[in-house]
Design a protein around this ligand. Structure first.
Ligand code: SAM
Length: 261
């Protein structure tokens, strides 16, 4: 899988791309990430990428031509036997679809992503209108640039690439994978501030441990994110179990678990 990034701050990506799982995935050839300085695609001697907004007002706006030139140059890939394909062009923007697990998995199935990072007041609207396939947001808040959201996309997508996470099992139980939150995790020491590791995890009975973890995942979801239960992949018996847990926890049974939902 290949991801290209267009930014005026390529140096922000250096430590990120050389560290931890993403760094190793790149080193092992599982992921190719190339970061381009938008100023390389300017044509004036000052290499300017922004200008004053039409209509007045404060702040600067990123101009369209450098983005358009860059997308033209980077957006097509020559494949085998002369076949070429377009990279999927994503504009990081607070106005886009908030990034969530389903979107991450969808993006991970694309072989080629091109991430466009804005700064200042944003990018000339005609970039979005002419060369962007999709706008993606990190959430309902405004950052100063698209670089952190681009890194979030890279890291989340890379976890879906086979071989990037050592144990496929650890992704399998990640929060949101099947619509539930993950179960709690424990490690040494056995006791922390008077709190013992649950006995079942010390007993070595794998079936009991799996059962406990499944129940704990349900508890965490009911307590912290009951909204997820509406779309979680639950069998009829798991649904009954979730209802029983909700009753035991003294929380009202989430609407999504009520009969007929
Ligand atoms: N004026 C714009 C607005 O309110 O919609 C915000 C511009 S923001 C200061 C500059 C750039 O940061 C944006 O062009 C975008 O690339 C990036 N950005 C800011 N918040 C973001 C978010 N929540 N998700 C993704 N990108 C974001």
């Amino acid at each position: 899988m290949r991801i290209q990034v267009l930014t005026i701050f390529p140096e922000l990506f250096e430590p990120f791309l050389g560290t931890s799982l993403v760094g190793r995935a790149i080193e092992n050839g599982l992921l190719e990430v190339r970061v381009f300085d938008l100023r390389e695609f300017t044509e004036d001697k000052h290499r300017s990428v922004d200008d004053e907004p039409y209509g007045g007002g404060g702040g600067m706006v990123m101009t369209a031509p450098p983005f358009l030139h860059a997308v033209e140059e980077l957006g097509r890939t020559e494949g085998a036997r002369g076949k070429s394909h377009n990279a999927w062009r994503i504009l990081l923007s607070p106005q886009g679809e908030p990034l969530a697990e389903a979107k991450v998995r969808e993006l991970a199935r694309r072989p080629d992503l091109l991430l466009l990072c804005g700064r200042y007041e944003g990018i000339d609207e005609r970039v979005r209108q002419t060369v962007v396939d999709e706008e993606i947001s990190l959430g309902d808040f405004v950052l100063s640039g698209g670089e952190l959201p681009a890194m979030a996309v890279i890291e989340a997508v890379s976890r879906q690439v086979p071989g990037v996470i050592g144990l496929a099992d650890s992704v399998e139980h990640d929060s949101f994978r099947h619509g539930l939150l993950d179960h709690p995790h424990y490690t040494r020491p056995r006791e922390v501030r008077g709190l013992e590791v649950p006995a079942v995890l010390l007993g070595g009975n794998h079936a009991e441990i799996a059962d406990w973890r499944r129940r704990q995942a349900l508890c965490a979801t009911i307590e912290k994110r009951p909204d997820l239960l509406a779309t979680a992949e639950l069998s009829a018996s798991q649904r009954r179990e979730a209802e029983a847990i909700a009753r035991k926890l003294g929380t009202s049974i989430p609407e999504s678990l009520q009969p007929g939902k």
